[in-house]
Design a protein around this ligand. Structure first.
Ligand code: MN
Length: 261
């Protein structure tokens, strides 16, 4: 398959380098177009008010079979530029492997998932891949996530997804033999305790950190539940965010008769 590979951790992040080498050794034609620096949590932003640059970089840590471009924009900028300038009509846009999970509502903040969304909006099949690791863990099993991604690509080649649907894949941070299998999941609920921390700068003025401890609602069948139980979570994400039942309740409830004149 001809694959456009991108991420939001930057072009030299270990996740994207590992995935590119697994893709190439599985016979895929892989072109990387990724941000020149960390762009995590930028969501679906695109750059409209300054010029963008994209340049080819020497293979470096990548295998020589892989063409690699850096871009000074966001992950979604990378997809837009790549599809016009570097990889027209790929069979698949793959984003990742992200350092850390993209579970629950966090997928709306995620540059990783947004890059896959951009691919879907532009008419491509797309998959986002994230490793459920954190900074405190000594081992980050990117090879596990790369092996899972390659196997899912093989499956998708024979079973393409409906237009407008991307797969949000989250992989437990475990050696491959300890992963229990794949669960097809729904978006779960992950809330953050203590999301805003107020501190003082050296001048005594307040400043703030947005972070917090994730608190998952481990409902069976959700993405957070699957990875917490050692499964790969595969959530089909649809671009149409319309809440269809509310069309009926709003209409029959008189919302179209609101008087504003
Ligand atoms: Mn990231």
């Amino acid at each position: 398959m001809k694959i456009l590979l991108t991420n939001d951790d930057g072009v030299f992040a270990p996740g994207i380098i590992t995935l590119s080498s697994f893709l190439v050794s599985s016979g895929h034609q892989c072109t990387v177009v990724a941000p020149d620096r960390e762009r995590s949590s930028v969501g679906h932003a695109i750059t409209l008010h300054r010029p963008l640059r994209m340049w080819q970089i020497p293979a470096g840590p990548y295998t020589a079979e892989c063409s690699v471009y850096a871009c000074d924009g966001t992950p979604s900028d990378c997809v837009v530029l790549a599809l016009e300038e570097a990889v027209p009509s790929p069979a698949m846009v793959v984003s990742g492997i992200n350092r850390g999970p993209n579970l629950g509502d966090d997928l709306t903040y995620s540059g990783t998932v947004s890059a896959a969304m951009e691919g879907v909006i532009l008419g491509c099949s797309a998959m986002a891949v994230s490793l459920n690791c954190n900074e405190k863990e000594p081992e980050h099993y990117y090879e596990t996530a790369a092996a899972v991604a390659v196997s899912l690509l093989d499956f998708l080649r024979d079973s393409p997804q409906a237009p407008g649907v991307l797969l949000n894949v989250n992989v437990p941070n475990l050696p491959l033999h300890l992963v229990k299998g794949v669960k097809i999941t729904r978006k779960g609920v992950r809330l953050y305790e203590g999301k805003v921390t107020r501190l003082k700068d050296p001048s005594g003025r307040d400043y703030f950190w947005v972070s917090g401890r994730p608190e998952d609602q481990l409902v069976e069948g959700s993405d957070v539940w699957a990875v917490a139980n050692g499964f790969v979570s595969v959530t089909p994400v649809h671009m149409d965010m319309t809440h269809f039942p509310s069309i009926e309740t709003l209409t029959s409830g008189g919302a179209e008769k609101v008087n504003f004149k």
